[in-house]
Design a protein around this ligand. Structure first.
Ligand code: ATP
Length: 348
């Protein structure tokens, strides 16, 4: 693909190997041949287990780490080839927020937000104006003179966001930015990041080990597994049809697509028939297909578990049925449903 203005961040065949520390210490390959494009204006999620290479990847995007081989291009600039003022300008165009907020404890809320402006040489009156504007945007203007320890975790992260936006970057990197927060505060911070994206047009890259975060905010997602990109696509596609076991494992943590073993055991106590789960996606006419097939095969179907919710405005979920009828009829029914493209699994 050509490098167009639509591509904000491009990783091309990026490999990062850390040398072993001692004689016997083997080198570690954190990233192995990663190709990835983040489009301008999107919220892009990167998910992966601990050790998958997420932090290395994000450090690569903001120039803190250089690739062993391959290229990292941000806003059209090859980061590895920039020096001096050009390099500083490129880095100023990237904001970053962290799991532990990384605020200066000795500075006030306003002082924290002012800091990058000071470093960039912005003079006092303009600095004060920008700080007030940023604190207003994150809803903390009234706390300008407090110190970080007087704030809750969610408020600290909002200060982190204001500080990251101080130099008006076009790209914001969030490294496990909500991992230290409770679910409600997480929602609040994700809502603010959504506003940063929608209202300010900032491209957002979110690194997380939580699929729920991706589900709540991302447009597209890459699943990183052992230093490689296992899968990349829209959140709907990856959630509704994961192609790899690594992706399926993550999706299962955010979508209760099948009854758990414990739930199945409970269901069996009161439902002696055969139990099957149908995956619900945005295929048209699924309910009609099911109803007609149940009738045609003389099988009685009762919903015993499941639910359908929305993801990026499209349906996603599952329905678990108890099927009552003779075995041959149920076998015929399942064969027909599969023929018709219904994703149906018989539960063990
Ligand atoms: N500076 C370093 N020196 C040696 N090995 C490193 C270094 N940084 C990362 N690694 C190794 O690279 C691999 C990927 O690490 P990385 O921190 O990028 O993963 P991660 O997905 O961010 O994990 P976590 O969620 O636990 O932070 C790991 O095996 C790690 O031990």
């Amino acid at each position: 693909m050509a490098e167009t203005a639509a591509v904000h961040v491009r990783l091309a065949d990026v490999t990062k190997t850390f040398p072993g520390r001692g004689r016997r210490d083997e080198s570690a390959t954190a990233l192995a041949g990663v190709d990835l494009d983040v489009r301008r204006g999107e919220v892009f999620g990167i998910v992966g287990q601990s050790g998958a290479g997420k932090s290395t990847l994000v450090r690569m995007i903001n120039g803190l780490e250089t690739p062993t081989s391959g290229r990292v291009v941000v806003a059209g600039h090859d980061l590895t080839s920039l020096r001096g003022a050009e390099q500083r300008a490129a880095v100023r165009d990237i904001g970053m927020i962290f799991q532990q907020f990384n605020l200066f404890r000795s500075r006030t809320v306003a002082g924290n937000v002012a800091y990058p402006l000071k470093v960039a040489g912005v003079r006092q009156p303009e600095r004060d104006r920008r700080v007030a504007e940023l604190l207003d945007f994150v809803g903390l203007l009234a706390r300008a003179h407090d110190h970080p320890e007087q704030l809750s975790g969610g408020q600290k992260q909002r200060v982190g966001i204001a500080r990251a936006l101080a130099t008006e970057p076009s790209l914001l990197l969030a490294d496990e930015a909500t991992s230290a927060l409770d679910p409600e505060t997480t929602r609040e911070v994700l809502g603010l990041l959504r506003r940063v994206n929608r209202e300010l047009g900032v491209t957002v890259v979110i690194i997380t080990h939580e699929m729920d975060v991706i589900r709540a905010i991302a447009d597209r997602v890459a699943v990183l597994d052992d230093g490689r990109v296992a899968e990349v696509g829209t959140v709907y596609d990856v959630f509704s049809r994961p192609q790899t076991t690594a992706a399926a494992r993550f999706v299962a943590t955010a979508l209760q697509d099948r009854p758990s073993t414990a739930t199945l055991e409970r269901l069996r106590l009161t439902h002696p028939g055969r139990i099957v789960t149908v995956r619900v996606r945005d295929q048209a006419g699924l309910q009609t297909t099911l109803a007609r097939s149940f009738l045609a095969h003389g099988v009685v179907a009762e919903i015993v578990f499941g639910g359908i919710s929305e993801l990026q405005d499209r349906p996603v979920g599952s329905l678990t049925y108890e099927l009552t009828g003779d075995d041959a009829a149920v076998d015929g029914l399942l064969a027909e449903l599969r023929d018709r493209g219904v994703d149906v699994t018989e539960e063990p």
